[in-house]
Design a protein around this ligand. Structure first.
Ligand SMILES: NC(=O)c1ccc[n+]([C@@H]2O[C@H](COP(=O)([O-])OP(=O)(O)OC[C@H]3O[C@@H](n4cnc5c(N)ncnc54)[C@H](O)[C@@H]3O)[C@@H](O)[C@H]2O)c1
Ligand SMILES: [Zn+2]
Length: 358
């Protein structure tokens, strides 16, 4: 079967590799669509980061480069391994792409996403969604209804990142949120916040991303710091009170400064971005307003609730798919768009092979 395999920085190859073996306890999935993530781009441009370099096997998966990529995918079950009796061939599914040690508890309330050596399917080994087929442990396979088109279902993984950030914030219906940065993560997080009944302000510089925020309906107000004083405008819109929660999704320090300035006393600032350098923060404001500054990473028992929001029609994912490509064109079209024309893209999704009409 065809697979996109990461060898090293700047070296991803589309190759023929053996099909996965559907071992006991696993589910064989024919991949329908797989999104390209900013993390994949970082691996290509600056990596290996999450990917274990050649000769340095990951402590849990035991694998090292070359590694099959892709962690944001949907598909159709084509085989079930021995002992799997609650999922059938033909079921539509998405994957919560974790690699965690076998002795880590993964039930409700368990923080398996923070466990030692945690990594992701499609980065740390165990196959990936940028291939025709994959076998995944039953625990990480989430059935979805046929009402969710499989192309949109590929966005459930980054949407779950937004759901986890929302959960971390403690926000509730009726609250006002400011989201800083409307890239894929800020937009999908905003969709979760709207679905949960919040009023959502977005601050964003890019014209194309402001337009996407507008047309997708995920923001009540879009504030461009090159056009307005965002702090003054948020204060005006909230009657001088400030927002209840703020989400940093840009990894840009001025955005963090704005969020801290406009969050109300006792409010919560959630850092969603991955920062590759130390940031500065107005600690005096944090103290004098008794702010909670919180991190959030990936997801943990978020997929089920996220899937339900999509199944209930509370979140429309179609506007966030901006390009569809075939696996052969992953680098020449997919990565090229993200490198040279990032703001035009939200999610580029990849079809690993021609799927016969169902
Ligand atoms: N915590 C997690 O689990 C998790 C998961 C996935 C991604 N991430 C991180 O989330 C971050 C966002 O991801 P993304 O793919 O949406 O990134 P992105 O770079 O596409 O989006 C960032 C957005 O911020 C905007 N921006 C930049 N400067 C600004 C300013 N001064 N004011 C307002 N907006 C500004 C940019 O125009 C851009 O649209 C990244 O750091 C990514 O690594 C975190
Ligand atoms: Zn991702």
């Amino acid at each position: 079967m065809k697979a996109a395999r990461f060898y090293d920085r700047g070296d991803i190859r589309i190759e023929d590799i053996p099909e996965p073996v559907v071992e006991p306890g696993t589910v064989g999935i024919a991949v329908a669509w797989c999104g390209i993530c900013g993390t994949d781009l970082h691996e290509f441009m600056e990596g290996p980061i999450f990917i274990p370099p050649c000769g340095h096997p990951h402590p849990i998966s035991g694998e090292s480069a070359p590694i099959t990529m892709g962690h944001e995918f949907s598909g159709v079950v084509y085989a079930v391994g021995a002992g799997v009796d609650d999922i059938e061939v033909g079921q539509h599914v998405v994957v919560e792409p974790y690699i965690v040690a076998d002795d880590v508890p993964t039930g409700p309330g368990d923080h398996y996403h923070l466990s030692k050596d945690m990594n992701f399917i499609g980065l740390g080994g165990r196959g990936g969604g940028l291939s025709e087929r994959i076998a995944v442990k039953r625990r990480w396979v989430h059935p979805i209804s046929h009402a969710i088109p499989l192309d949109q279902a590929a966005l459930i993984e980054p949407l779950s990142v937004g759901h986890h950030a929302y959960t971390r914030s403690g926000a509730k219906a009726g609250d006002v949120a400011l989201v800083g940065g409307a890239g894929p993560i800020g937009l999908l997080l905003s969709a979760i916040l709207k679905a949960k009944g919040l009023t959502v302000f977005i601050t964003e510089l890019s014209a194309k991303r402001k337009e996407k925020a507008r047309e997708s309906g995920v923001a009540d107000h879009i504030l461009d710091p090159s056009e307005v004083d965002v702090v003054a405008e948020v204060m005006r819109l909230t009657g001088g009170k400030g927002v209840d929660v703020a989400f940093e999704c840009s990894s840009v320090n001025p955005v963090l400064d704005t969020l801290v300035a406009v969050t109300k006393a006792t409010g919560v600032v959630v850092i969603v971005s991955i920062w590759s350098h130390p940031a500065t923060i107005n600690v005096h404001s944090v103290v004098m307003k008794e702010l909670d500054v919180r991190g959030t990473i990936a997801y943990c028992n978020d997929h089920q609730a996220t899937i339900e929001l999509v199944e209930q029609g509370k979140i429309k994912l179609a506007p966030f798919i901006t390009q569809r490509i075939q696996l052969e064109d992953l680098v020449a079209q997919g990565f090229d768009t993200l490198i040279h024309n990032n703001e035009s893209a939200v999610k580029i999704i990849v079809q690993p092979r021609f799927q016969p009409a169902e």
